[in-house]
Every structure is written in structure tokens, then in C-alpha cells.
Design a protein around this ligand. Structure first.
Ligand code: CAA
Length: 304
């Protein structure tokens, strides 16, 4: 295994966990970090023992605060063109296995774009909807937990308004602030923001550089769930472990079909889905899954 210095990469059972690890620079995406990230992600994608990936950021403050401005500041057009800066990032969106972004703190610029390259986003925040299948991962509401007072660091939203009282460092914040630097998003931000948020809010955020709270990101469908920061990683790993328990080829087919909804017409997407649905009947895992259901047993998928 390759040694990494800007990320960490470890197997947690059947889950490949990648942590962006430059907390002092708020996990800014230097070319070295991006190269290591895509190397580690591709390695997990090829590892038969791994069924799903989780991507997160080290430290309390950030998932990733964007491309590394220090590295970029002196570049000219031909430097960017010739080096094809961030080309490797495209590999994250092309993985066959699901990758979940566990977003703690700032996800800005390239950091927001990286999170949006993942298959879905769990965000650290203060809304405590029950975990759909892991009730033990649903903590006490931050507003009612006896150990939490309005002065506790976990208490960030007023019960009546749900508006931030004092934004916590580990609460997810999303934005594309490139406009403030005299540039624009370059890793998919204008496209994926627009698809996720709709034109109006995407345009406003890209043109103002304003940040969006985890709560708003949830309301607008950018993130799938908001989880207290303390249980974010456990939740992401539990969710990835659940997915990893299913058939890898079938999971890949399901992912392909959902992604097709964003890249094709409805008619084409429906056609692809129907053909791929039929194709699952060519796998052993479909027989295993349906037989186990009828026998009231737990299926043991063979990933074939
Ligand atoms: N690149 C390089 N270093 C960064 C960085 C970045 N994107 N973001 C933060 N850092 C560094 C800071 O320079 C600082 O380093 P020093 O201690 O050496 O000064 C350290 O991380 C801590 O940051 P701050 O002191 O600024 O922390 P803060 O709490 O005051 O502010 C912040 C936090 C609002 C996120 C602020 O750091 C910030 O605005 N960062 C830049 C965000 C940004 O503009 N991102 C877009 C980058 S461009 C891009 O991503 C293009 C693309 O689409 C590919």
C-alpha cells in the first residue's frame, strides 16, 4: 500500500474511509492531496473486500475549504491548461462503488464540489431526524439533552427560529466563493449546484459567494441527512456498511441508474433502467437475494 501524507486511508470492515488530512490549511485541495485522494479512492474501488467508501475531513473546522489558493495564486492560463489541474478529481465521480461525503465544517469551492462529486452527502448540523435504520445512531435532540445548556458548544440553533445562534466550527457550511477571488468554480460547482438547488439559489450563491447552512442544504436537497457532528462519522460508516452488505454489482447498477437521471432524458433513463433491471436477473446475487427472502433467511451475496 502506498503511504500518503495529505490524506489517510483505512479499511473499516467493508468500508474504505478516506480522510483529507491538512487540517491546518482547512484541508485545502493541493495538487498533491488531490493526487493522493484519487489514488486511494481508485484503490478502494478495485478492492473486492470494500463495498463502499466514506470521505471526510480531519479537524473540527473543515471538510475542505477549496482548492489551495496558495498554490494557484501565481498560475497563468497555460500553467492551468498544461497541468490539467484537478483532472484526477474526475475519477471520484466515476467510481463504481458508492462514496458518501461526511461533511463537517466548511465545504467551500473545490471542497463543496468534491462533496457534490460523491454519491450523497451527510452533513454535520443540529437537526436530529431519526436515523432511518440505526436508531442507536439517533442522539438526543440537542435542544432537550439534559447535559446541554444554551451555552454548551453543541447548542447552536434557537428552538423557536432554528436560525443559527452562534455557528459552530463543526457545523457544515456550503458555498462556492470563487467569485470573491476573481475566478469561478472549476470542479463542477456551477453545474452540480444548479442541478441540486435549482437555478435561482445556485446562481445567487455562485454570484455572491455567500455560504449556505447545513439546515438550508437539507431543505434544498443538497444533502441527504443532517447529523450531529459527534455522530457524523459513525453514521456515515454505518450507512456505508449497510450498502456494503448488498451485492456489489447490483449496487453499481443501481448507482448507474440514479446517475442517469441527471445525464439523460427521462425516456432514455427509463429505458436504461428497464434494461439494467432485466440484467440483474443474469446475476447469481439476484437468485440468492430472492431465495433468501422466500426462506426468511439473510442473503449472503457473492458479488457475482
Ligand atoms: N487554500 C489555501 N489555504 C487555505 C484555504 C484555501 N482554500 N482556506 C483556508 N486556508 C488556510 C488559511 O490561509 C489559513 O492558513 P494560515 O494559518 O497559514 O494563515 C488557515 O487555512 C486557516 O484559515 P483562516 O485563518 O482563513 O480561517 P478562518 O476561520 O478565519 O476562515 C474560511 C475560514 C472562511 C473558510 C477562510 O479560510 C476562507 O475563506 N478560505 C478560502 C475559501 C475559498 O475561497 N475557497 C475557494 C477556493 S478556489 C477553488 O476552490 C476553485 C475551484 O473551484 C477548483
Amino acid at each position: 500500500a502506498r503511504a500518503y501524507s495529505h490524506i489517510t486511508s483505512e479499511a473499516r470492515g467493508p468500508v474504505g474511509l478516506i480522510t483529507l488530512n491538512r487540517p491546518k490549511a482547512l484541508n485545502a485541495l493541493s495538487p498533491e492531496l488531490v493526487a493522493e485522494l484519487s489514488h486511494a479512492a481508485v484503490a478502494f474501488d478495485a478492492d473486492e473486500a470494500i463495498g463502499a467508501l466514506v470521505l471526510t475531513g480531519a479537524g473540527e473546522k473543515a471538510f475542505a475549504a477549496g482548492a489551495d489558493i496558495k498554490t494557484m495564486s501565481s498560475k497563468g492560463y497555460m500553467d492551468m491548461y498544461k497541468s490539467q489541474l484537478f483532472k484526477e478529481m474526475d475519477q471520484i465521480a466515476q467510481l463504481r462503488k458508492p462514496i458518501i461525503a461526511a461533511v463537517n465544517g466548511f465545504a467551500l469551492g473545490g471542497g463543496c464540489e468534491l462533496a457534490m462529486c460523491c454519491d450523497f452527502i451527510l452533513a454535520a448540523g443540529e437537526i436530529t431526524a431519526p436515523h432511518p435504520t440505526h436508531p442507536s445512531l439517533t442522539p438526543h435532540s440537542p435542544l432537550t439533552h439534559p447535559s446541554l445548556t444554551p451555552h454548551s458548544p453543541q447548542y447552536h440553533f434557537s428552538p423557536l427560529t432554528s436560525h443559527p445562534v452562534s455557528p459552530a466550527p463543526n457545523t457544515a457550511k456550503f458555498g462556492q466563493p470563487e467569485i470573491k477571488l476573481g475566478t469561478i468554480p472549476g470542479l463542477g460547482g456551477t453545474q452540480r449546484f444548479a442541478r441540486a438547488l435549482g437555478k435561482s439559489r445556485a446562481m445567487e450563491l455562485v454570484l455572491t459567494g455567500d455560504l449556505m447552512s447545513a439546515e438550508e442544504a437539507l431543505q434544498r436537497g443538497l444533502v441527504s441527512r443532517v447529523v450531529p457532528a459527534a455522530s457524523l462519522l459513525d453514521d456515515a460508516i454505518a450507512t456505508a456498511t449497510k450498502i456494503a452488505g448488498y451485492s456489489q454489482p447490483i449496487v453499481a447498477i443501481a448507482k448507474t441508474c440514479v446517475n442517469a437521471a441527471f445525464e439523460s432524458s427521462l425516456a432514455e433513463g427509463l429505458k436504461l433502467e428497464r434494461h439494467l433491471f432485466y440484467s440483474t436477473f443474469a446475476t447469481e446475487d439476484q437468485s440468492i437475494g430472492m431465495k433468501a427472502f422466500l426462506e426468511k433467511a439473510t442473503p449472503e451475496f457473492k458479488h457475482q
